[in-house]
Structures are given as structure tokens and as C-alpha cells.
Design a protein around this ligand. Structure first.
Ligand SMILES: NC(=O)c1ccc[n+]([C@@H]2O[C@H](COP(=O)([O-])OP(=O)(O)OC[C@H]3O[C@@H](n4cnc5c(N)ncnc54)[C@H](OP(=O)(O)O)[C@@H]3O)[C@@H](O)[C@H]2O)c1
Length: 211
């Protein structure tokens, strides 16, 4: 595996991404982030490089990825906006191939279905309810997953339940086939993702994590 000399991060201004960025920089890992709003608040740090652009713009994603050793996506479709995951994932995969990057770690939700899942009845009912409300966004995530699955990348999609922000932290449970809890602290998600950057254990899989 290449040494982690620079991480390309999408979604750095969101709940999951901003916490992850803080953890990366605290560990002195250089980061390049894609930010679409110049007024977004980001920490001032010598190891942070900002690319202004949209994840739906292939050229912007390409600029983000150039010279990076791994890609992390904490992208999420904002309320009222069209789904972003499928198009962004397509650009990310192409860009990674172009730049010879092999490691991708993404964040998604527990509604994503993966062959081999054994979600309990209650979770399946909640998924169905959520599909009724957020159908297009969840379908877009499922399609983005299929694209990743068909790629030759070393991808991992981390499936999370409700994300709690703040400074708290608690032990993390992990499962390959169902969500082991109702929520996860952003700090714990960030630590889990950081761990994945140098660990092949979850290559080609979508583990669930929760506190
Ligand atoms: N929060 C939860 O409880 C929860 C639970 C389960 C799963 N998840 C999943 O985890 C992921 C991250 O969630 P989150 O809550 O951290 O998301 P979030 O707070 O809504 O943040 C979304 C991030 O994506 C960026 N983004 C959206 N569209 C973009 C575009 N076209 N170009 C560039 N950047 C774009 C946003 O940038 P702007 O700041 O510019 O909008 C922001 O940085 C999502 O896939 C979400 O569905 C979240």
C-alpha cells in the first residue's frame, strides 16, 4: 500500500466530514478537501488544502484527487437538492483510475442493502418507511454502491445509523450484516475511517458500525 501522504476528502463541511477532517489534521495527515461554498468554515491548518468546486463536476473531482493516496467521501445529499452520490461516485472512480489511487472509504446509511445482509424485521420496516420518504436519495446511494462494487478499487462503505455530533466517544461495535446499535458518535466514525485507511480487512465490503 502507498504511504498516506495526502487524503482527498469530500463532504468536509458536513457532520461526518468536518469531524473526520479534524481528526486527520490532528494526526498531521495532509488533506485536500473539495468545498463548493467559499464561505464554508474550515479550520486554518498548514496541512489543509482547499479545492473549490462541486462533486458533480468531473473536472473539480479530478483536481481534488491529483497526487492523493486515498479518497474518503462523507458526501451527503443536502435537503432540497438532487441526489449527489451516483454522479459523484462515477467521477471519483474515474478520477481514481486516472491518478492511480486504489483506496476509497465512503460513509453511507444503514438502509443500503448488500448481499448477505441479515437485517432484523424492525430494521427492514424502518428501511421501508425511509424509502417511502427519501426514495430518490436512497436509490441513488444504492446505485452508487453498485458502481463501487463493480469497480476494481479497494473500496469500503461504512454503514452508519444516526450520527451524533459533539465531543463524546464510546466503544464501537461492528457487524457485517446488521446495524449493531441506533447511533454512532462522529468521533468514533472518524477513528474507524482513519483505521480503514491503512487496513485491508474491510476491502470490498460495507460494515455497519454503531456505539
Ligand atoms: N447524519 C446522520 O445521522 C446520518 C445517518 C446515516 C447515514 N448518514 C450518511 O452519512 C453521509 C454523511 O452524512 P452527514 O450527516 O455528515 O452529511 P451532511 O452533514 O448533510 O453533509 C453533506 C456534505 O456533503 C457536501 N455536499 C453535498 N452535495 C455536494 C456537492 N454537489 N458537491 C460538493 N459537496 C457536496 C456538503 O457540502 P455543503 O456544506 O456545501 O452543503 C457537506 O459537506 C451521508 O451519505 C449521509 O446520508 C448520515
Amino acid at each position: 500500500m502507498k504511504p498516506l501522504h495526502k487524503i482527498a476528502l469530500l463532504g468536509a463541511t458536513g457532520k461526518a466530514g468536518s469531524c473526520l477532517l479534524k481528526h486527520l489534521l490532528t494526526r498531521q495527515i495532509p488533506c485536500r478537501v473539495l468545498v463548493r461554498n467559499p464561505e464554508s468554515s474550515l479550520p486554518a491548518h498548514p496541512l489543509l488544502e482547499i479545492i473549490y468546486g462541486n462533486a458533480l463536476d468531473e473536472e473539480a473531482v479530478n483536481r481534488l484527487l491529483e497526487g492523493c493516496s486515498a479518497v474518503v467521501s462523507a458526501l451527503g445529499t443536502r435537503k432540497g437538492e438532487p441526489p449527489v452520490q451516483l454522479a459523484a461516485t462515477r467521477h471519483i472512480i474515474r478520477g481514481m483510475v486516472t491518478h492511480g489511487i486504489t483506496r476509497f472509504v465512503g460513509v453511507t446509511g444503514t438502509t443500503l442493502n448488500v448481499p448477505g445482509d441479515r437485517k432484523p424485521f424492525r430494521s427492514r420496516c424502518i428501511d421501508m418507511l425511509l424509502r417511502g420518504i427519501f426514495g430518490p436519495v436512497l436509490r441513488d446511494k444504492q446505485e452508487a454502491f453498485e458502481l463501487l462494487r463493480a469497480s476494481r478499487l479497494n473500496w469500503t462503505l461504512v454503514r452508519i445509523p444516526f450520527l451524533k455530533t459533539g465531543e463524546e466517544s464510546a466503544p464501537v461495535k461492528c457487524s457485517s450484516d446488521h446495524s449493531p446499535g441506533p447511533s454512532i458518535h462522529a468521533n468514533d466514525l472518524a477513528n474507524f475511517i482513519l483505521q480503514q485507511l491503512n487496513d485491508p480487512h474491510f476491502y470490498g465490503s460495507a460494515p455497519f458500525i454503531a456505539n
